[in-house]
Ligand binder design. Structure first.
Ligand code: GDP
Length: 305
């Protein structure tokens, strides 16, 4: 899987510069493990968007494993090990062998929802699966257009309604279409306009209800698309979506565009949500399963664990 690791490495170039390279510079300038070193390390972690609580946890773990006065060269590998431990085991997207997997995709506008739906369609199609894309963002004609382009590109069927029509009705039609075609996967793209937060959440709940009425198991996956460049604000948005529609996993997009990839840790610990997918670029193959081993290897070098 060298190709996959290489993709992670490239996608995390900026975070490696913003986090790992800074820690390297710190330990080479500061030979002994002491309080000053921990303070500088804390600053670097906060700067990489690891978040306050998770930074404290990481520092505590590194401290526990270190002796005072020890050579600071041990700090970087120790940090890598603790990052790996804090992330916990990987959780992949759910599967529904022989049945219909329904994925409800939510998140604020501009985060990368439609792109993530398209990339997922591309990936499932490559696995030989029959895919239906539902354009349930009926508020923005451009979103449905964008999804149609992905439909053409991937050979997925696109179900869309009239502009301004009820998103739940589109979701309903899409389930019917998916069943009629014997599809394996239905990806439901939704609206994400934030200025009408209450209405948006009510609308998403309704879409969810309509899906569940078709089969109590639907949607098996509620994927929250979070833009990694938004940083800690994204966590607040995530809480709103989690309360409203019960998020089962996060797709963290645009990791390639930020030095603050530490947000992966904040999502895992502070939201207690698994990061299932990461966006490492704009191409379809740049949406990858999140693998903590690849993530830590890309940032800290190969893990010995
Ligand atoms: P939506 O409003 O949430 O549906 O967002 P879009 O899917 O339209 O995406 C907004 C922009 O982000 C588009 O220009 C995408 O190409 C870009 N984008 C999405 N995911 C990624 C990613 O992982 N990396 C990069 N660099 N750009 C991305």
């Amino acid at each position: 899987m060298a190709g996959m690791l290489e993709r992670f490495r490239r996608g995390l170039d900026r975070t490696r510069q913003g986090l790992t390279d800074k820690v390297k510079a710190l330990v080479s300038a500061h030979r002994a493990v002491d309080e000053e070193l921990y303070e500088a390390l804390e600053e670097i972690l906060l700067g990489a968007d690891v978040g306050v609580a998770t930074t404290q946890e990481l520092l505590g773990r590194v401290r526990d494993g270190m002796c005072r006065g020890q050579d600071s060269a041990a700090v970087l590998p120790a940090l890598g090990e603790e990052v790996r431990a804090v992330l916990g085991p990987d959780e992949a997207m759910r599967e529904e062998p022989g049945g219909l997997l329904v994925v409800l995709v939510v998140g604020v506008n501009g985060g990368g929802k439609t792109t993530t739906c398209g990339k997922l369609a591309w990936r499932y199609r490559r696995e030989g699966k029959e895919v239906v894309l539902a354009a349930a963002d009926t508020f923005r004609a451009a979103a449905a257009e964008q999804l149609s382009v992905w439909g053409e590109r991937t050979g997925a069927t696109v179900v869309r309604g009239q502009d301004g029509s009820d998103p739940a009705a589109v979701a309903y039609d899409a389930v019917r279409a998916a069943r009629a075609r014997g599809a394996d996967v239905l990806l439901v793209d939704t609206a994400g306009r934030l200025h009408t937060k209450v209405n948006l959440m009510e609308e998403l709940k309704k879409v969810r209800r309509v899906l569940a009425r078709e089969d109590a198991a639907f949607p098996q996956e509620v994927l929250l698309v979070l833009d990694a460049t938004v940083g800690q604000n994204g966590l607040q948005q995530a809480r709103l979506f989690r309360e409203a529609v019960g998020v089962t996993g996060v797709a963290l997009t645009k990791l390639d565009g930020t030095a603050r990839g530490g947000v992966v840790l904040a999502v895992r610990r502070e939201l207690a949500l698994p990061v299932k997918l990461v966006g490492l670029g704009e191409g379809p193959e740049d949406l990858q399963d999140f693998r903590r081993d690849d993530f830590t290897a890309a940032l800290f070098g190969r893990s010995t664990a």
